[in-house]
Design a protein around this ligand. Structure first.
Ligand code: ARG
Length: 467
């Protein structure tokens, strides 16, 4: 389609009516989105089929034209799916690539498809459909990760490990309890995903460019056909809103933060110094120079993916923050951020699910570590409160002296002879030894949500029923 009156470049066949010449090469390069928005082809075609069907139902186009359009669109769908579709950058984006091909396939009837809509509501629709599907996929993947943790928690409801604060040994906990902490985190992520699906479940199509349309369209019909709860209520907001994408990225950022904390724990736990867990060869790599090494690369990459996801969230918030209503082309930059974050999040959840199921838990090592660092000092203080009637502050002081003594003797609290303990406080009896073991310590913490195996099993049962 060379334009012989002005220069060698052709004006755009979709909107070129008032344009004498085509775009400068750099204009085409900055303007085109087909390189990434071709990912939306299936949503674009579904949306167009629903729109054309509604137009015919309302008598806005003929049934004959609608049939040609639907048939043509289905042909294009299979062409793209089978890799037999040539995408053109001159046609800018997925919407115009599909429509131009439709014109080639069915002729003038193709020109009726764009009645009563605009690319502004079209892209809002395609992208919303895509994000909705991605959220549904994320919900399922999180459910898989939660299930992996529930299984490990069940297996290790009684396995004792050190609980940390400041990464210093604090009090003994069970590994099952620690696993259930992640179930809570990913459970919250999953409910955020479910809320986001509720939030975005409104159909944008029919908002047209920004003001709605004079054609007698039925937006409830298209909303229903596309699986949305209802149509959006304000056409200006509809074409200028990308909250659904920002919500997706926020959820991804929070879930990414959780995944990164888990990744960090796996990195620490798998060091020879900790040796709490061992990853199989399936989830680690070797070093090209140090033969003894086994590196937790997958966990490290999950930790790093979080940086990309956060970057995408900040990028889209920044893209949107100063835009006047309604649509501006800036918004075209929304998709790459979401696509990249979605890919990172999927990979990160899949990798962590794999690692949680794969890792070998070294319970002997965890138990030994749980008993070191005077982790049952609080239990001694609690015993003094309960059995000797001391105020907690005094019991804390007495216990501090016992810890100092054990430290100077290079032994554990439970290894101090009774005479030593009685020299610190006369009311201490040999019954105290019952609470100084790590097993007794965890078993005693039966408060709701506490680390006692019985409580951990209650938490597991709650989450199994909740799924
Ligand atoms: N490719 C565009 C985007 O992703 C589609 C909407 C274009 N609308 C417009 N008025 N130029 O945002």
């Amino acid at each position: 389609m060379a334009d012989d009156t002005t220069d060698t470049k052709s004006s755009n066949q979709m909107w070129g009516g008032r344009f004498a010449s085509g775009p400068d090469a750099i204009m085409e390069e900055i303007n085109a989105s087909i390189g990434f928005d071709k990912k939306l082809f299936a949503q674009d075609i579904r949306g167009s089929i629903a729109h054309a069907t509604m137009l015919a139902h309302q008598g806005i186009i003929s049934t004959d034209d609608k049939d040609k359009i639907v048939h043509g669109l289905n042909t294009i769908l299979s062409e793209i799916e089978s890799g037999n579709f040539e995408f053109s950058r001159q046609l800018e984006d997925i919407h115009m690539n599909v429509e131009a091909r439709l014109a080639t396939l069915i002729g003038p009837a193709a020109g009726r498809l764009h009645t009563a809509r605009s690319r502004n509501d079209q892209v809002a629709l395609d992208f919303r459909l895509w994000v909705k599907e991605e959220l549904q996929k994320t919900e399922q993947m999180l459910t898989g990760l939660i299930a992996a943790f529930l299984d490990r928690a069940e297996e290790h409801a009684e396995s004792v490990m050190p609980g940390f604060t400041h990464l210093q040994t604090a009090q003994p906990v069970t590994f099952g309890h620690h696993c259930m902490a992640y179930v809570e985190m990913f459970g919250r992520d999953r409910s955020r995903v479910r809320h986001a699906i509720e939030h975005l479940d409104e159909s944008p199509i029919g908002a047209a460019a920004l003001a709605g349309t004079g054609y007698p369209i039925d937006r409830h019909m298209t909303a229903k056909a596309l699986g949305f709860r209802e149509p959006t209520r304000n056409s200006i907001d509809t074409v200028s809103d990308r909250d659904f994408a920002i919500e997706f990225l926020s959820i991804a950022a929070i879930a990414g933060m959780h995944l990164s904390r888990l990744a960090e724990e796996i990195v620490i736990w798998s060091t020879p110094q900790f040796s709490f867990v061992r990853l199989s060869d399936a989830f680690s790599t070797g070093s090209s120079i140090m033969p003894q090494k086994k590196n937790p690369d997958a966990a490290e990459l999950v930790r790093a993916k979080t940086g990309r996801i956060n970057g995408s969230l900040v990028a889209l918030l920044t893209i949107m923050k100063g835009l006047p209503l309604a649509y501006s082309k800036d918004m075209q930059e929304d998709k790459e951020q979401v696509f990249d974050a979605a890919e990172s999040l999927e990979l990160a959840i899949a990798a962590m699910t794999g690692m949680v199921r794969d890792m070998t838990v070294n319970t002997a090592r965890m138990k030994a570590a749980a008993g070191s660092g005077y982790s049952t000092a609080t239990d001694l203080a609690d015993w003094l409160v309960r059995e000797a009637g001391l105020p907690f502050r005094d019991a804390h002081h007495v216990t501090g002296r016992a810890v100092a003594l054990a430290e100077s003797k290079g032994c554990d609290l439970a290894e101090l002879p009774l005479s030593d303990l009685q020299a610190i406080h006369v009311d201490i009896t040999d019954k105290v030894y019952d609470v100084l073991t790590v097993e007794a310590s965890v078993a005693s913490r039966k408060s709701f949500g506490g680390t006692a195996p019985s409580e951990v099993r209650r938490q597991i049962a709650f989450w199994r029923a909740r799924n």
